[in-house]
Design a protein around this ligand. Structure first.
Ligand code: CP
Length: 305
């Protein structure tokens, strides 16, 4: 069963196939000739956490390809999870109704449990701080489209690296390609967990950790910014302490390479000054658009059509 649970499960060959399919989807959609290859399918979108891009682009992707969609947003309240039903029971039931399940949940690692009982493809739309494979794929697609390569890149990840599932997913993809170097730019309160750093070091991945954004920016091909996620803090005071530690300012544009790009999975709050949006290197709205093409490809991949 081709569940899509983590960026770690993909080979470079899988990625080439999905990116090439996404390119076809983009071309077909722009030329108004998308084939309704999912015409007889029903896709279930069950979101236990808020979402704009992931849920609505997956739903749009399904509809564009001719599928029908059933969904539960705010599923802790609007599904029988509110009565205490387990994720396993919910998934077993939904597999009787739909041909594929797309689930977002705040608990890291819960998709492994869900996948054990899923008789239909299960797509992880983000589980806690753990993984967000469709976001990683659309980020990969964006990098390929904007910079024409996936190797020999200097990639800075900035902001909240401690809790960012989008950083984990993109890092897992980009480390598959030759000679990429990673710069983890954050204050120590928001640094990548030591377990991940240790694993990268043991695997021979090229990286540095730094708090110095200004000193690092001129070297980078990509600066990938992140939001400090209020919803992951149990203590609001802890969030207040760190929420404004990392801000990409309009003056930072002056020291960024002319051909570099600025990425962000969105939503952004105040970690990017609004004037930055006008700069052609700000790729984050194009990145979100690419989510539709990639999720169309991913649905076809998961459903084997
Ligand atoms: N990037 C992303 O996951 O956005 P949403 O939370 O809006 O789905």
């Amino acid at each position: 069963m081709p569940h899509i649970l983590s960026a770690k499960q993909f080979s470079k060959g899988d990625l080439e196939r999905i990116l090439s399919l996404a390119r076809e989807m983009e071309d077909d959609l722009k030329k108004g000739r998308v084939k309704k290859v999912l015409q007889d399918k029903i896709i279930a979108c069950i979101f236990f956490e808020a979402s704009t891009r992931t849920r609505l682009s997956f739903e749009t992707a399904a509809l564009r390809l001719g599928a029908q969609v059933i969904s539960a947003e705010n599923a802790f309240e609007n599904s029988s999870a509110s009565k205490g039903e387990t994720i396993e029971d919910t998934v077993k039931i939904l597999c009787n109704y739909a041909d594929a399940l797309i689930i977002r949940h705040p608990e890291s690692g819960i998709m492994e449990r869900a996948a054990k009982v899923a008789a239909k493809p299960l797509l992880n739309a983000g589980d806690g701080t753990n993984q967000h494979p469709s976001q990683g794929l659309l980020d990969l697609y964006t990098i390929k489209k904007e910079l024409k390569r996936l190797d020999n890149l200097k990639i800075g990840f900035g902001g909240d690296l401690l809790k960012s599932r989008t950083v984990r997913a993109l890092l897992d993809f980009m480390r598959l390609y030759e000679n990429n170097k990673f710069y983890f730019i954050s204050h120590k309160e928001l640094a990548l967990p030591r377990k991940i750093i240790q694993e990268l070091a043991e695997s021979g991945v090229q990286f540095i950790e730094t708090e110095n954004l200004e000193g690092t920016l001129p070297e980078l091909d990509i600066i990938y910014l992140t939001r400090v996620q209020k919803e992951r803090f149990s203590d609001p005071q802890e969030y207040e302490k760190v929420k404004d530690l990392f801000i990409f300012k309009k003056d930072h544009l002056k020291i960024l390479k002319p051909e570099a790009i600025i990425m962000h999975a969105l939503p952004k709050i105040n970690e990017i000054e609004k004037e930055v949006d006008q700069d052609s290197r700000a790729a984050y709205f194009r990145e979100a658009e690419n989510g539709l093409y990639v999720r169309m490809a991913l649905l076809c991949y998961a459903l084997g059509v």
